[in-house]
Write a protein that binds this ligand. Structure first.
Ligand SMILES: Nc1ncnc2c1ncn2[C@@H]1O[C@H](COP(=O)(O)OP(=O)(O)O)[C@@H](O)[C@H]1O
Ligand SMILES: Nc1ccn([C@H]2C[C@H](O)[C@@H](COP(=O)(O)OP(=O)(O)O)O2)c(=O)n1
Length: 259
């Protein structure tokens, strides 16, 4: 369909071999500040930002055969069929060379959510949810000034309706699974980012805090053993080769425990 090549299950499973890509869904109403905060997260935490809306708008611009359909749906504030959006997301993931993604503005309805999970087998690490009042979001969208065809009051109202009816249930679904990290998005941009940082840092720190004590523990077990083994090796004929193995062994173990 369109300019996007048909993607097979093998392609789609970016995860295919052994490592699942790390995905964080960034959700919230239109104008809640998803794109603004994603730019900050990318800068500080090394994720690749994939905005479903940006990918769809790029598809319109590319002149693909789906372009007109996508454009009409966006103008009406409707949600584009999952098949189209998922293919664009997958292509962008494959091309990025990264394994950590912020997927912004997706999944926007139950169909998006179920299709993504079924096709990619990826479940998000967590869902970053920007909570903001309609009044504030409307003010922001009307002042966004990016020349977007859907940032007019008539389409904005339709988008709010779709958000309430179709997108909030997805957030509730992930909430029931304990995956939602809710942020008060009505605050100024830098204050919102402070709250976002707490979410990302606490996750990263958990890993970091586990690794260091583990490394110290394992090294302290190994180092006395190395001295003994090295002395024994010096007595053997192939002493040099044995030394190399004895020296390399703990490093191999340490490297394994690092990840
Ligand atoms: N916390 C905030 N306070 C005030 N304005 C904001 C805030 N976050 C974003 N904005 C502005 O609101 C508009 C919509 O933000 P954007 O990040 O594009 O929202 P979304 O991606 O959720 O649609 C932009 O003009 C942006 O500069
Ligand atoms: N998963 C998605 C995401 C966006 N779209 C379409 C419909 C949305 O109204 C527009 C714009 O989405 P975008 O995330 O860029 O912008 P807002 O969050 O609405 O400000 O794109 C979609 O059809 N499916």
């Amino acid at each position: 369909m369109g300019s996007v090549k048909e993607i097979t299950i093998e392609d789609v499973n970016v995860s295919s071999a052994n490592q699942q890509p790390k995905v964080v869904f960034v959700l919230g109403g239109p104008g809640s500040g998803k794109g603004t905060q994603c730019a900050n997260i990318v800068e500080h935490f090394g994720y690749t930002h994939l905005s479903a809306g940006d990918l769809l708008r790029a598809e319109i611009k590319s002149g693909s055969e789906n372009g007109t359909m996508i454009q009409n749906m966006i103008k009406e504030g409707k949600i584009v069929p999952s098949e189209v959006t998922i293919k664009l997301l997958q292509k962008a993931m494959q091309e990025s060379g990264n394994d950590k993604f912020l997927i912004d503005g997706f999944p926007r309805n139950e169909e998006n959510r179920a299709a993504f999970e079924a096709v990619t087998k990826i479940t998000p690490e967590f869902v970053l949810f920007f909570d903001c009042s309609e009044e504030e979001m409307e003010k922001r969208l009307l002042g966004r000034n990016q020349g977007r065809e859907d940032d007019n009051i008539e389409t904005i109202r339709k988008r709010f309706k779709v958000y309430l009816e179709s997108s909030l249930p997805v957030i509730e679904y992930y909430n029931s699974k304990g995956k939602v990290r809710k942020i008060d998005a009505a605050k100024p941009i830098d204050e919102v980012f402070e709250a976002v940082k707490v979410v990302f840092t606490s996750k990263d720190e958990k890993v970091g805090m586990c690794r260091l004590p583990r490394l110290f523990f394992i090294s302290s077990c190994f180092i006395p053993g190395i001295f003994v083994l090295r002395r024994r090796c010096s007595c053997t004929v192939d002493g040099v080769a044995s030394h190399l193995w004895v020296d390399a062994f703990p490093f191999l173990i340490l490297m394994n425990t690092w990840n």
